[in-house]
Design a protein around this ligand. Structure first.
Ligand code: NAD
Ligand code: UFG
Length: 322
């Protein structure tokens, strides 16, 4: 069985990827410090509790665990915090990732799927956004993701590492079987905040900005189901392991929904309206971020099958009710 190191496999997207890997016949070996992850989310293979920055551990792990490929989710991901503490973000998201690439080179491992982000585009000039759109991040978080994309390109050329940088738009939803789901702490993402407000577990949702140049004045995003993201990772890994070319690809649906549309759909799922109040715009939020996902569909054969809003909200709600 091919053994795949999943850095950050105890987190939200990484745990769904472990499940998809196991289903596809791979053995996911999670490396996670549990700084933001959850031990109980590691269900489809072993957990090695440790830090990505521990080079000695990484070197041992890659060889002793007979790792043949890597999926890399481990990072910090709060945009606001990245503005306050850029050093924390550069150290974990960039320095530790370069250490991982060095360890892969030393161990002769040549395939890596990397979690990039729509945040690398900054405020887009147009939507939907194709991969060749200028990448001009507007916060340190997006900068760190772009820095790794660039490093992958150069490391790829020099050391024969093949890579897929998958630029997620808004990950949402939960495993349809209820085996894992979203559990960030603190939670800042819209979908869990909306559902928990609707369930009376949180205060009313603040609509960050109601004066955007969008049809209803609230910001538009491209929500993609986390299990669809996981599938794309497996497809990308198979491509790389078969000797396919490196690529950067958007993972989104091509359909944008406003914050109000999310509230309306969540209200339908819960059977009662979501308590909310208007609030000022959140710094750094673009009005609209919608993917052109055609490259992932063409090159990876990826087809999102659960990323319609009702399925995203139904699976997320089932998870949050547990
Ligand atoms: P998450 O916080 O749930 O998962 C990240 C995991 O990495 C956690 O389990 C954490 O403990 C672990 N980790 C972090 N630093 C580590 C280190 N130095 N050593 C070992 N483990 C470490 O986040 P997520 O939402 O699953 O995001 C996964 C990846 O996807 C991140 O790289 C993030 O930047 C990227 N991403 C997420 C979204 C989103 O909407 N959630 C969108 C775009 C990109
Ligand atoms: N929003 C609210 N109220 C809230 C939370 C969010 O109105 O309480 C709005 C935001 O302003 C935004 C939308 O809901 O318009 C979605 O916000 P999220 O925080 O859920 O997600 P983001 O679009 O800010 O962030 C996502 C990923 C990041 C990535 C970014 C790309 O989670 O990792 O897309 O810019 F960096």
């Amino acid at each position: 069985m091919t053994r795949v190191l999943v850095a950050g496999g105890a987190g939200y997207i990484g745990s769904h990827a472990c499940k998809a890997l196991a289903r596809a016949g791979f053995m996911p070996v999670t490396l996670d410090s549990l700084i933001n992850g959850h031990e109980q989310a590691v269900r489809w293979g072993p957990l090695v509790k440790g830090d990505l920055g521990d080079r000695a551990l990484l070197g041992r792990l890659l060889t002793e665990e007979k790792i043949e490929a890597v999926m890399h989710f481990a990072a910090y991901l709060y945009v606001g915090e990245s503005v306050e503490q850029p050093a924390k973000y550069y150290a974990n998201n960039v320095t530790n990732t370069l250490g991982l690439l060095d360890a892969m080179r030393d161990a002769g491992i040549s395939s890596i799927v990397f979690s990039s982000s729509a945040a690398t585009y900054g405020t887009p000039e147009r939507n939907p956004i194709p991969e060749d759109h200028p990448q001009l991040p507007i916060n340190p978080y997006g900068e760190t993701k772009l820095a790794v994309e660039r490093a992958l390109k150069w490391y790829g050329g020099a050391y024969g590492i093949r890579w897929a940088a998958l630029r997620y738009f808004n990950a949402a939803g939960a495993d349809p079987d209820g085996e894992t789901g979203e559990a960030h702490d603190p939670e800042t993402h819209l979908v869990p905040l909306v559902l928990e407000a609707g369930m009376g577990k949180r205060p009313p949702v603040k609509l960050f900005g109601t004066d955007y140049p969008t049809p209803d004045g609230t910001a538009v995003r491209d929500y993609v189901h986390v299990s669809d993201l996981a599938d794309a990772h497996v497809l990308a890994l198979k491509r790389l392991m078969a000797g396919g070319e490196s690529l950067a690809a958007n993972l989104g649906t091509g359909d944008g929904y406003s914050v109000r549309q999310i509230l309306d759909e969540a209200g339908r799922a819960l059977g009662s309206p979501i308590p909310h109040e208007n609030a000022p715009r959140r710094a750094g939020d673009p009005a609209e971020l919608v993917a052109d996902p055609s490259l992932a569909m063409r090159e990876l054969g990826w087809k999102p099958t659960r990323s319609d809003l009702p399925t995203i909200l139904k699976t997320a709600l089932a998870w949050h009710r547990r």
